[in-house]
Design a protein around this ligand. Structure first.
Ligand code: NAD
Length: 290
């Protein structure tokens, strides 16, 4: 407890899921919290995103834990909106010590059927949004010669997935931002690291399109998706992880316990990236190459 006492953390996409879990765990560790999320559906996204009621619920949870909160509706596609959240946070708390660029979404579709607009939406949020978030806090952190920047990538930042190419490309790109920003900001005592979750039980997964992709079958139920995730993992009995499992890693990266760590790709994936892999495509009948 109190590993983040006296610190302020800014978390994007905190209306629910991992962002909310991170806000709550950070507050429980003593941090004051600045959060943002959207309050409207985004074109092409086939599952519901957060609402202002969700963001309020996160804010109330933080307050219930005895910490103060600034909660604003903002879209990470818009630099002015992110800058306004940072300004509101600085006005109230005078400092931002930690940022978690967490907002993200995906579209399940073969890449050759993906439209220009669909590619734009995913990359503008998952990649562009991370760049804008880092950009918004960096001058302040440089002026204080301190800061911990945490960028949410994914196991999809290290491996391919045929059903979500725009997401995979973005999450690989997040690691490029992380490494480059870590190199640029180390001289100012600012650390930049990445979280790489495996499957987490949030709405980005628990929706019809993603359930089908993960389970490898059409019309997959919640139970089928959760059962199939067991085989994504090396560790026994782990289905889609709770968002709090990712928040536990975020606390370490945010706190002084990781003060000598920058440029880290922190996998929280129950061993998924160790697996040698399996091709689920129908390749058995092709005699090419024999
Ligand atoms: P989630 O869908 O519950 O949460 C994502 C949040 O981002 C939502 O609240 C959504 O409203 C918000 N968001 C989307 N577009 C936004 C925008 N333009 N501006 C501001 N907020 C926006 O899913 P989650 O699992 O909590 O996802 C959090 C992060 O973790 C995402 O970056 C996701 O890609 C990543 N991730 C998730 C998993 C998983 O299996 N759930 C695995 C690896 C990485």
């Amino acid at each position: 407890m109190n590993r983040l006492e006296g610190k302020t953390a800014f978390i994007t996409g905190a209306g629910r899921g991992q962002g909310r879990a991170i806000a709550e765990k950070f507050a429980a560790e003593g941090a004051n919290i600045v959060i943002c999320d959207i309050d409207a559906p985004i074109e092409h996204i086939e599952y519901p995103l957060s609402t202002s009621a969700d963001l309020k619920e996160t804010a109330t949870a933080v307050e219930t834990l005895g910490r103060e909160v600034v909660a604003e509706i903002a879209d990470v596609r818009d630099q002015q909106q992110i800058d306004a959240v940072v300004a509101a946070g600085l006005k109230k708390f005078g400092q931002i010590d930690i940022v978690v660029a967490n907002a993200g979404l995906l579209i399940n579709k073969p890449f050759w059927e993906t439209t220009e607009n669909e590619w734009q939406v995913v990359t503008d949020i998952c990649l562009g949004g991370v760049w804008r978030t880092v950009k918004a806090v960096t001058p302040h952190m440089i002026s204080r010669q301190r800061g911990s920047i945490i960028l949410t990538s994914s196991t999809s930042g290290q491996e391919g997935d045929p059903g979500i190419l725009s997401y995979v490309a973005s999450k690989h790109g997040v690691l490029g931002i992380m490494k480059s920003a870590a190199l640029a900001l180390g001289q100012y005592n600012i650390r930049v690291n990445s979280l790489l979750p495996g499957p987490v039980d949030t709405i980005i997964n628990d929706n019809p399109g993603t359930r089908d992709r993960i389970a490898g079958k059409p019309n997959a139920t919640r139970e089928e998706y959760l059962t199939s995730v067991l085989n994504w993992h090396v560790l026994r009995g782990r289905s889609a992880l709770a968002p709090e499992a990712i928040a536990d890693g975020a606390i370490w990266l945010a706190s002084d316990e990781s003060r000598h760590v920058t440029g880290l790709e922190l996998l929280i994936d129950a061993g998924h990236r160790l697996l040698p892999g399996l091709n689920f495509n129908n390749v058995a009948d092709d005699d090419a190459g024999r």
